[in-house]
Write a protein that binds this ligand. Structure first.
Ligand SMILES: Nc1ncnc2c1ncn2[C@@H]1O[C@H](COP(=O)(O)OP(=O)(O)O)[C@@H](O)[C@H]1O
Ligand SMILES: [Mg+2]
Length: 246
């Protein structure tokens, strides 16, 4: 399918098996460029598997995943797609700037990219601190800086706010907004429905399927709720009723 210029990611008919289980079944979705899209759903529903399919590290059974006009995992996407996994992958025995410089070298970026990535996650004062001595929230920001240093067009973040206190969590969402405002497309997963309020588009998942793609306001309007968590639950109940009736 031709990819409209305003879509960073187009997924069609995606089916993925892990072991003997079908983890994603005929998933279809689009991710608009330059937005923050929230991938929301309970643990085990397939968020990480879908993200792995988009960054090209997941073997897929069927369907197509197109990123910036190329098949997911293509060589020309390597520097264009950044991925921050659920567990921060950092070298604890290196300083913050050594960590980020390592990834900069992989993507052929120079010293100024390192400095600006570290600044953009608010770790400027910790550039020469040993990574192993940082707090959990700071560790995840080192991981984020390591992805940002490549200056990716698409940034995939798997549950980046898990385990952070509310202040750090809201700080991180502010940073995401800032990064998206500069034109980067962000796909961010969470199992906390409240976080949907920071996103302009939502992909709601349940049991290996995307049950809705809409904005937070549309979700509230469609379910006649005022709270996003209640709205998601209402949507799930409606979906279940429809499934039983069919
Ligand atoms: N390596 C694996 N082998 C087999 N099944 C897996 C593997 N990783 C995850 N799964 C299963 O795939 C499903 C979706 O997992 P995942 O994509 O990690 O969900 P989420 O990120 O939403 O928690 C889960 O039921 C999980 O048990
Ligand atoms: Mg996951």
């Amino acid at each position: 399918m031709a990819q409209p210029a305003d879509h960073a990611v187009v997924v069609e008919n995606l089916t993925v098996r892990r072991g003997k289980r079908t983890v994603l079944e005929r998933v279809g979705l689009t991710i608009p460029r330059g937005t923050i899209t929230g991938l929301l759903g309970p643990s085990g529903c397939g968020k990480t598997t879908l993200m792995r399919s988009i960054v090209g590290t997941q073997i897929i059974e069927d369907g197509t995943v197109t990123v910036l006009g190329s098949p997911a995992g293509s060589k020309d996407l390597r520097a264009k797609v950044g991925y921050v996994t659920q567990a921060p992958s950092v070298y604890r025995d290196l300083t913050v700037s050594e960590n980020v410089a390592y990834f900069a070298a992989l993507y052929g970026r120079g010293k100024s990219a390192v400095t600006s990535a570290i600044e953009s996650v608010g770790l400027g004062d910790h550039a020469s601190s040993l990574t192993g001595e940082l707090s959990g929230g700071q560790l995840s920001r080192v991981s984020l800086a390591s992805a940002l240093v490549a200056e990716p067009e698409v940034l995939v973040l798997d549950e980046p706010t898990v385990g952070l206190d509310p202040v750090l969590r809201s700080e991180l969402w502010e940073r995401f907004a800032h990064i998206a405002a500069s034109g980067t497309t962000i796909l961010v997963s969470s199992h906390v429905m409240e976080e949907a309020e920071h996103c302009s588009a939502l992909l709601l998942m349940r049991n290996g399927a995307v049950i809705a793609q809409l904005s937070p306001d549309e979700l509230l309007a469609r379910t006649d709720e005022t709270n996003l968590e209640h709205a998601f639950l209402t949507l799930i109940r409606t979906t279940e009723k429809l499934e039983k009736a069919s």
